[in-house]
Write a protein that binds this ligand. Structure first.
Ligand SMILES: C[S@@+](CC[C@H](N)C(=O)[O-])C[C@H]1O[C@@H](n2cnc3c(N)ncnc32)[C@H](O)[C@@H]1O
Length: 880
């Protein structure tokens, strides 16, 4: 599992993804500046920084007076700390990365970091610089997360650093490490995920946290055994979803479904209205989607990532947070509805703004789900209706008690977190508002009561002082009319001396990470525990939010089949096809305007899942012959009601499945039949067969019965691929085992396996194709010649593996997929993976007892620059 089998397309996506890529070094220094953050280059503490995304190489301005005014006003840090805080925000972020604990070689990678790089760098004089070049993040378990912090200058002068840099790039490409901002690694650590959990990651792209969640699900599972839990990773944005799919492919997991929904409308596939189907389906294990754990890492203004994305300095204004508050509440409340009683949910943002953080939490804690729905309802119509006709929020607070806010700050004692704020103000159009009662009527569609610490509605706070309503003008401290519609320039408004409301909720249980505490980005985390079912929702018709005057940049979206559900995620009304116009005050995205626009719900992705997955070891051939292509154009695929998405079909071609089982000698004990799916309706031209875990199978079956409510972008582990070469099609079994699927199926197959000595295994990796007669061990060649024509698996013989302290006795076998041709054995692994495996195997077996094996290990591992990125194809079209 993990670390193998990535396509060229996938690697390209990695490189394009700012969050997750270690870019290959170029001779250009500017490019290097994005490769590794270089705080010490900012020697003069100038308020500028360079960025490769800036085409003119103009430095970014790293200051914004409105930002300063806003956060000073919010007292985000004490006045004494302000200078340290703001200076820290202006320096680039140290690079951080995680070792993928699902990778076969993760222990070796960690040892290399601890024993080789860290010690060597400590021993060397790194240019007299006091910055520690690499160190494990003290709060991350098992030394699996690291931070590196050195300058281009140091990199140029220090050979160990240069070697380390190459090592990072290679390991990232291979999938053994993932680049991820340090603070972004925190939320999953508080989620307490166990292997049996059903986990929902509501806003998951590009997938850094999904990857962590999957690692947690897989923790402690034996090779070849799947955990009983699963992860559903959802994101609204199709392009970002694709990044997520490529990112998580490195996990080689059968326990993941990637979906493409608005999180606030995520379906629960409840079968209450389908009792007939339930009766017919005796084996259905679940009748509704409910989750043990929910991660709600919502879209936010992203100002906590200023050190990584300095372009935000220029764009930042206080309207960003205000505009996102409503959406954040909706997503979080949907998460709570889908959470099982007893479950845990995390709400997190990479924003510093209390309106996006504590205010969202307060809204939920105060009134819980039922209350929020009603508050949203009130908010939508406040502008139209007199408050006296609406349900008083005092009543709504009685719904409280179903959710508690946990204090988990002691769970990671080494992580420096500050308690959440209990008081803040709201700023809108250059005005500060301390209480909702002060907000003029014409702004109450934008500034809602839930944004304030008390969460009190107009009725509650105004004490019937309806001056504004009756047209009396009130004046703010500057003598301006507070309720007269006026355009106030955000940059010139004075900081009002208002006394902020103080929340009486335990918002100090929330955790704020500020940059200067541990040289990191900023983050906000709140942990919820669901104590009991949420009160049933009154028959409230959810209506589209009124388009506010701030929503000029929102896109109307077509939402098909909005499934109405009550507060516990039960469907109220299924299969109602209608169109709703949704408008949001600001576009979403983790960092606003990140160049990835919001995708409409119905997208014609124009490509099938199969087409999207570029062939790894053979040219694409059979798509053209498939039924999907009509008169040169692809017919639009349909997944239930979702247009433009490939269907998910259980693969039940009895003859083919039996042939595969027979050819590889798949053990009866392995749950095989019923676990295979394809994304192609034309069974004669299926190119790939995917394997799904029990848990994913259950969800897919439920989804089918519930009318395909889930819009599934990706599911299953690619287990078999059709071998479409001439020779391949004459083999007894035309489906070869894919490199992703090999670790899972290997313990369960009994045929087509060869055990190679270290020298023959290495020769295979080096030469890729070897004639039977040319193996060092003639016995191996003979055994190979006796296998059936077609796919086979070559396993490094255990006797030839030197098990060091780091490699446990029960370590997973090292194996590669090959093709037994008429005269040769051919390796079917990408060139990059061959190179990396060669290095690892060399380290494992190159000993004094084995002097014939060249000592290529360490150099090959570190010398990533010698590896040609494009040399992916190793299995020749003609296999012999
Ligand atoms: C902060 S990012 C998530 C980062 C991600 N959790 C990770 O660790 O890699 C927020 C994500 O929310 C997505 N998003 C925005 N609006 C959404 C919505 N209404 N429903 C679901 N996802 C949404 C964006 O496309 C973006 O990928």
């Amino acid at each position: 599992m993990g670390g193998r089998g990535r396509s060229r397309t996938q690697r390209k996506h990695f490189r394009q993804n700012r969050e997750n890529v270690w870019k290959r070094s170029k001779s250009n220094d500017h490019d290097d500046s994005t490769t590794i953050a270089t705080p010490s280059d900012d020697a003069n503490n100038k308020v500028t920084t360079t960025n490769a995304n800036n085409p003119s190489w103009e430095p970014f301005a790293t200051q914004n007076p409105i930002f300063d005014e806003y956060y000073k006003g919010q007292e985000i840090v004490s006045p004494e700390e302000w200078d340290t805080f703001i200076q820290c925000l202006r320096t680039p972020l140290p690079a951080a990365f995680r070792i993928n604990s699902s990778s076969q070689f993760y222990v070796d990678v960690r040892l290399q970091l601890e024993n080789d790089f860290m010690k060597s760098l400590q021993a060397e004089d790194t240019d007299g610089n006091e910055v520690e070049p690499i160190k494990p993040l003290p709060w991350y378990p098992e030394n699996l997360a690291w931070q590196s912090n050195f300058s281009r200058n140091q990199l140029r002068k220090n050979q160990t650093l240069a070697r380390f840099h190459e090592f990072l790039k290679l390991e990232n490409e291979i999938g053994n490490i993932t680049r991820q901002e340090a603070v972004s690694m925190v939320p999953p650590l508080f989620l307490d995920v166990r292997p049996e959990h059903f986990v929902l990651d509501m806003c998951a792209a590009p997938g850094s946290k999904t990857f962590q969640l999957l690692e947690m699900i897989y923790k402690l599972t034996e090779p070849g055994i799947l955990p009983s839990g699963m992860v559903i990773a959802n994101d609204l944005d199709v392009q970002r979803c694709n990044l997520l799919i490529h990112q998580t492919k490195r996990m080689c997991t059968a326990n993941l479904i990637v979906t493409n929904h608005e999180a606030q409308h995520f379906p629960s596939c409840h079968l209450r209205n389908h009792s007939r189907e339930i009766e017919n389906t005796k084996e259905l294990h679940i009748s509704q989607l409910q989750f043990d754990r929910v991660l709600c890492d919502v879209p936010c203004s992203g100002d906590g990532t200023l050190r990584k994305a300095p372009d935000i300095w220029r764009k930042w204004n206080s309207g960003m947070g205000n505009g996102l508050h409503g959406l954040q509440v909706q997503i979080a409340m949907r998460g709570l509805a889908l959470l099982k009683v007893g479950g845990r949910m995390i709400y997190s943002t990479c924003s510093i703004n209390p309106v996006e953080n504590e205010a969202v939490v307060a809204e939920r804690v105060t009134v819980n789900f039922c209350g929020i729905v009603c508050i949203l309802f009130l908010t939508c119509f406040y502008v139209f209706m007199d408050a006296k006709y609406l349900i008083p929020p005092k009543l709504l607070r009685r719904c409280g008690g179903a959710i508690e806010l946990l204090d988990v700050s002691t769970e990671l004692p080494q992580l420096i977190c500050r308690p959440g704020l209990k008081k803040w103000k709201v700023r809108d159009k250059g005005q500060w508002w301390a209480s909702y009662k002060d907000v003029p009527k014409y702004r109450r569609s934008v500034v809602t009561s839930g944004m304030f610490p008390s969460g009190k509605s107009y009725e509650e706070t105004s004490e019937h002082d309806h001056g504004i309503e009756t047209g009396q003008l009130s004046e703010n401290s500057d003598g301006n009319s507070a309720n007269r519609p006026q355009v106030v320039d955000d940059s010139v408004a004075p900081l009002n001396d208002l006394e902020a409301e103080v929340s009486d909720l335990p918002l100090d249980h929330c955790m704020r990470i500020v940059p200067h505490d541990q040289n990191s980005g900023a983050f906000f985390i709140a942990v919820f525990h669901k104590l009991s079912s949420l009160p049933p929702l009154a028959a409230t018709e959810k209506k589209p939010e009124k388009k506010t005057e701030d929503s000029s940049n929102s896109q109307p979206q077509k939402l098909v089949t909005e499934v109405k559900e009550d507060s516990n995620g039960n469907d109220i009304n299924l299969n109602v096809e209608r169109e709703v116009q949704i408008s949001e005050a600001t576009p979403d995205g983790d960092v606003l305007d990140d160049g990835m626009g919001e995708a409409p719900m119905e997208t014609d992705q124009n490509k099938t899942t199969e087409e999207n997955e570029k062939e790894e070891t053979q040219p694409s051939s059979d798509v053209k012959n498939g039924a999907n292509v009509v008169a040169g154009k692809r017919k639009l695929q349909m997944q239930g009601r979702w247009r433009g998405v490939d269907p998910v079909i259980f693969y039940k071609e009895e003859a083919v499945v039996n042939r595969i089982m027979e050819f590889y000698g798949i053990k009866e004990s392995f749950p095989f039949k019923g676990h295979l799916i394809t994304r192609n309706e034309d069974m004669n031209h299926v190119k790939r067969i995917y394997y799904v875990s029990n848990s994913v199978k259950d969800v897919l079956e439920l989804n089918l019965l519930a009318g395909q409510q889930l819009k599934i972008a990706s599911v299953g582990l690619k287990m078999f691929e059709r071998q479409s070469s001439k020779e391949g099609s004459t083999a007894p079994c035309i489906f070869r085992i894919s490199s992703e699927g090999l670790p899972l199926i290997l313990p369960h197959i009994t045929k087509q396996i060869l055990y190679a000595s270290a020298i023959d295994f290495k020769h295979l990796l080096q030469y890729k194709s070897i004639k039977f007669a040319d193996f060092v061990n003639p016995d191996f060649g003979e055994k190979a010649s006796k296998l059936m024509l077609g796919c086979c698996v070559v396993v490094l013989s255990r006797e030839d593996r030197v098990l060091s302290d780091s490699t446990q006795e029960d370590a997973a076998p090292i194996a590669i997929g090959c093709w037994r041709g008429r005269t040769n054995v051919n390796v079917m692994v990408t060139a990059l993976d061959c190179q990396e495996l060669l290095g690892r195997v060399s380290m494992l077996v190159a000993t004094e007892d084995n002097p014939s094996i060249p000592q290529v290990g360490k150099e090959e591992m570190a010398n990533g620059s010698e590896i040609k990125e494009d040399s992916t194809t190793v299995a020749p079209a003609t296999l012999d």
